[in-house]
Design a protein around this ligand. Structure first.
Ligand code: 13P
Ligand code: SF4
Length: 401
């Protein structure tokens, strides 16, 4: 598909889908609200046994322990997307994560498969920071300031299906925190064959390509710096102000136009927490997710996705003190399973991701019991009009890295 005009009516479809979802979300009822954890665990285990191969349960690393125990596959956003795309047989995919992940799974699975999000309130506040209207306006505004044919839109997977569709239709791609560097290199060079690429900063100068990255400015900035770009190569587009605050000079000069969005969990980490941890322990190792600010990432020893953080912890020498800048459920699980290490969340308040946290035993038991009776609660259905471009953008990502 080339750079086609976006059908005017797909926004309407998207809004309709949201309204339908809100109407479908219902109270669980006293049977689930009053049940003990032990009863709910038994119920879920028994439903899982009965459904057998008809069901696959996916769990993101930020899920509660009581939920993650039921996951057939745990992973970061990339691993779970890949896994969802490979599940050709399961009739039901119960996604213990947040809405954008379930939407991606619906886009990547076949039409006979149903993806279920146990609580429809499990969104992502970062994903909500860029909506399709604002992105379309930005695209128009940026085209007034620079040659839009040179701008490749890249959306973080933490975004609505409508944005993935936009990106797919404008020759861009999706990325996750584990493949952002490869996707950005592809966008700036036009080649998937990255081994033969010379220095990407030089390549970008020659191609004159730019990346419009949304919604997380931090992942984009951290990845750009890692690739050798610097502050001169970026400008922040603020959707709250005219032209995003850009002018012709800044738009022309920049290789990266970064949407002013962030994760409310990861923005809690700061340099003082890292310094404090290092002052306390001689052998301190700091690990940070790339959604953290650049100042934090610069001071970290290891930066990576949730999967990358888990791998780094698994490889740490016994006795190491590890301070981690990411969501607290994952950090606590790592601390529990690595008794030979000293692991702490760098944020002393240790707030969980409020939306990930919405998936709990009562909701999981409720959707599973429904499936036993062939009733599908909370199915995530991405409209076909949106699916087409969104799948293109996701497939492009999976074919690059
Ligand atoms: P990962 O892709 O690293 O799992 O991150 C997803 C996310 O939402 C982090 O906040
Ligand atoms: Fe979204 Fe942040 Fe929660 Fe990840 S941790 S799902 S980016 S709000």
């Amino acid at each position: 598909m080339g750079d086609q005009a976006v059908p005017a009516d797909y926004k309407q479809f998207f809004e309709k889908k949201v309204n339908i979802m809100l109407k479908l979300q219902r109270r669980l009822g006293s049977a689930y609200e009053a049940a003990t954890d032990a009863e709910l665990v038994e119920r879920i285990a028994s439903a899982k046994d009965s459904l057998a191969d008809r069901l696959v349960v996916l769990g993101h690393h930020y899920q509660r322990d009581e939920v993650i125990q039921f996951a057939d596959k745990t992973g970061d956003s990339l691993a779970l997307s890949r896994y969802a795309a490979q599940q050709h047989n399961a009739e039901y995919v119960v996604f213990c994560g947040v809405e954008f992940m379930a939407e991606a799974a619906d886009i990547l699975t076949a039409s006979h498969q149903k993806v279920i999000l146990p609580d429809l309130g499990a969104g992502c506040s970062m994903a909500d920071m860029a909506d399709i209207d604002a992105v379309e306006l930005a695209w128009k505004e940026i085209s007034q300031l620079t040659d839009i044919d040179n701008v490749i839109p890249v959306t973080y997977i933490n975004s609505s299906a409508a944005l993935k569709n936009f990106v797919g239709r404008h020759n861009g791609a999706v990325c996750t925190s584990s493949n952002a560097a490869a996707i950005i290199k592809w966008a700036l060079s036009g080649t998937k064959d990255q081994d033969s690429l010379p220095d990407i900063v030089e390549v970008a100068k020659k191609t004159k390509k730019k990346v419009l990255f949304f919604p997380d400015q931090h992942l984009a900035r951290n990845t750009a710096y890692r690739l050798g770009f610097n502050v001169e190569d970026e400008v922040v587009y603020d959707p709250e102000i005219e032209l995003g605050g850009l002018d012709q000079e800044s738009a022309e000069r920049s290789t990266f136009i970064l949407w002013k969005g962030h994760c409310s969990v990861h923005q809690r980490f700061n340099v003082a927490q890292i310094e404090n941890f290092r002052n306390r322990y001689d052998n301190a190792v700091i690990m940070a997710h790339p959604e953290c600010s650049h100042e934090v990432v610069e001071k970290a020893d290891i930066v990576g996705s949730t999967d990358a953080i888990i791998k780094a912890v698994n490889a740490a020498k016994p006795g190491t003190h590890i301070g981690i800048a990411t969501e607290v459920h994952l950090v606590n699980r790592l601390a529990d399973t690595h008794q030979d290490l000293y692991i702490e969340c760098l944020d002393p308040v240790m707030c969980p991701c409020a939306t990930m946290n919405r998936i709990d035993l009562p909701h999981l038991a409720w959707v599973m019991d429904g499936l036993l009776e062939d009733t599908v609660y909370n199915q995530i259905i991405v409209d076909e009009i949106i699916k087409e471009g969104a799948k293109l953008a996701l497939d492009r990502m999976l074919s690059i890295a």
